[in-house]
Design a protein around this ligand. Structure first.
Ligand code: GLU
Length: 499
């Protein structure tokens, strides 16, 4: 089940994203996945998704599928994964138990690991005593000293046991691609860690090291919270006699105020943000923009540009501060880019058509508004003004799809010359204005106040806005007219103003 040697050498750069399916993918996880993806693409390597589900008590149903779905949605699909398989399958740790047991056997044989029969009660007592003395609780390594005979006896008696790794002193310093030289003398501060639990499941440290080795992982890019564990992992590599991968620990992603991104904040989940109508490109941009790894930061970077401009050596040690308040702005920029892109536009048109249908359905008097050409024009005109596609079905934009209900009294209250103004606009529209640009139409409209007595330009625009859209705010009148088209504009003006 390890990577065949031929595959290993052909795929020199292999990185992995190794989340535990204990919840849905959040922005911090997406960022780790993204840096791995970018690194793989940059170096012609493979991006692997491995699900670390060895702590069965913390599994959340649906989380594993959700994580893979979200990577797909974000446009950073893994090359190898539980769902798509690959040369190092399986990619779900719970399906690799025999491999861990075999690895543990190796360590037991070498004397690098030992069986521990301490009961949970004893461990609890140790912990309490340490806390009473204001010390960090640690296992006292008692079972290290059991003789082979004692171990054999306990095994024959069927006593419950775990396997612990014998932490040796003499951790070697290692060079992290982000944090530089680092060393943590684990044996001095920790008791021997459990590597195989009594239920036959490995713990994180063992499974992680065994899999990184068997899957031929060349570089481990993971959150900085694991930096401290790396010395322990290196001791495991040494005990196995394996070459370790290179490590690059990624600084944490924090809220703009420096607080921890809490998974209790709904808006940090990728799935929620996707449902809220944010584009994958905007999320990828905002989570890299606040960090480092690039010569400069700018808004609007696409995934291709991220890959082209990324340099792991430029990742700084400071935490990345994520300002989600700016997400709307990031989305606006990416949406405008995608509307401009002829290859992407059809999908956006289809999405708008579906949401208009959903939002207005039977209210649609004229189903012509669902036609591709009309929707495309709306998108091109509103590009840069809306931050999410769904803004197009907001009350402010409803006029694009349905006729507004406008009360005569409301219009009269804006200007007693409403009817006169209506006539002037109809006259204006009698000219071949269909060919006018928004700017030309705007100029014509600005000249209208000269032809009425008491209505100022601003009131006139307010009047026309209400007549055309039933709203107090929205796009410019000229843009509204161009969007609605000559006929529909005339119909609305006539109905609202010229009774
Ligand atoms: N399962 C660990 C996590 O969820 C993986 C850490 C690593 O990448 O080694 O963060």
């Amino acid at each position: 089940m390890g990577l065949p040697p031929a595959a290993a050498s052909a795929l020199a750069c292999r990185v992995r994203f190794a989340p535990s399916p204990t919840g849905f993918l959040h922005l911090g996880g997406l960022r780790t996945a993204l840096y791995n993806y970018i690194f793989a693409k940059k170096h012609g390597g493979r991006f692997i998704l491995r699900l670390e589900d060895t702590d069965q008590s913390r599994l959340v149903p649906g989380a594993a599928e959700g994580i893979e779905d979200m990577l797909q949605w974000a446009g950073i699909p893994p090359d190898e994964s539980p769902r798509c398989g690959g040369p190092a399958a399986p990619y779900l740790q719970s399906q690799r138990l025999p491999l861990y047991r075999e690895a543990v056997e190796q360590l037991l044989e070498k004397g690098a690991a030992y069986r521990c029969f301490c009961t949970p009660q004893r461990l609890e007592l140790l912990k309490k005593a340490a806390l009473r003395n204001q010390e960090t609780p640690r296992y006292d390594n008692r079972c290290r000293h059991l003789s082979p005979k004692q171990v054999a006896e306990k095994v024959t008696q069927g006593a419950d046991c775990v396997v612990r790794f014998r932490l040796e002193e003499g951790s070697e310093p290692f060079h992290d691609l982000v944090y530089g030289w680092s060393k943590h003398e684990v044996a001095r501060v920790e008791g021997d860690p459990v590597i195989l639990k009594s239920d036959g499941f490995p713990t994180y440290h063992l499974a992680n090291v065994v899999d990184d080795h068997l899957m031929g992982i060349s570089h481990v890019l993971r959150g900085a919270e694991w930096l401290i564990s790396t010395s322990k992992h290196l001791l495991l590599y040494r005990a196995f006699g394996w070459d370790p991968p290179r490590f690059a620990h990624l600084p944490l992603l924090l809220n703009a105020d420096g607080s921890k991104l809490s998974k209790r904040q709904g808006h940090v989940f990728v799935e929620h943000l996707a449902q809220d109508g944010y584009l994958p490109a905007a999320l990828l941009d905002i989570i890299t923009n606040c960090g480092s790894g690039f010569a400069e930061n700018r808004m609007g970077r696409t995934l291709e540009e991220l890959v082209a401009e990324f340099d792991v050596g430029r990742i700084e040690k400071y935490s990345a501060l994520l300002d989600l308040e700016k997400l709307g702005e990031f989305n606006r920029i990416h949406l405008a880019q995608q509307i401009r892109d002829e290859r992407r536009r059809p999908a956006l048109v289809a999405e708008v058509q579906a949401s208009v249908e959903r939002a207005f359905g039977e209210q649609l008097v004229d189903r012509g508004v669902l036609e591709k050409a009309y929707v495309e024009q709306v998108l091109l005109l509103r590009r840069g003004h809306i931050s999410r596609l769904r803004d197009l079905v907001s009350p402010q934009h409803a006029f694009l799809w349905i006729r507004p209900m406008v009360s005569h009294e409301e219009l009269q209250a804006i200007s007693p010359e409403a009817e006169e103004i209506g006539r002037l606009v109809l006259e204006l529209l009698d000219q071949p204005v269909a060919t006018l640009t928004i700017e030309e139409l705007g100029r014509e409209l600005r000249q209208l106040p000269e032809r009425v007595q008491a209505t100022k330009y601003s009131a006139m625009m307010k009047l026309l806005r209400v007549a055309l859209s039933g709203q107090q705010q929205g796009p410019s009148i000229a843009e509204m007219m161009v969007s609605l088209g000559h006929r529909e504009t005339r119909t609305r003006i006539r109905r609202a103003l010229c009774s």
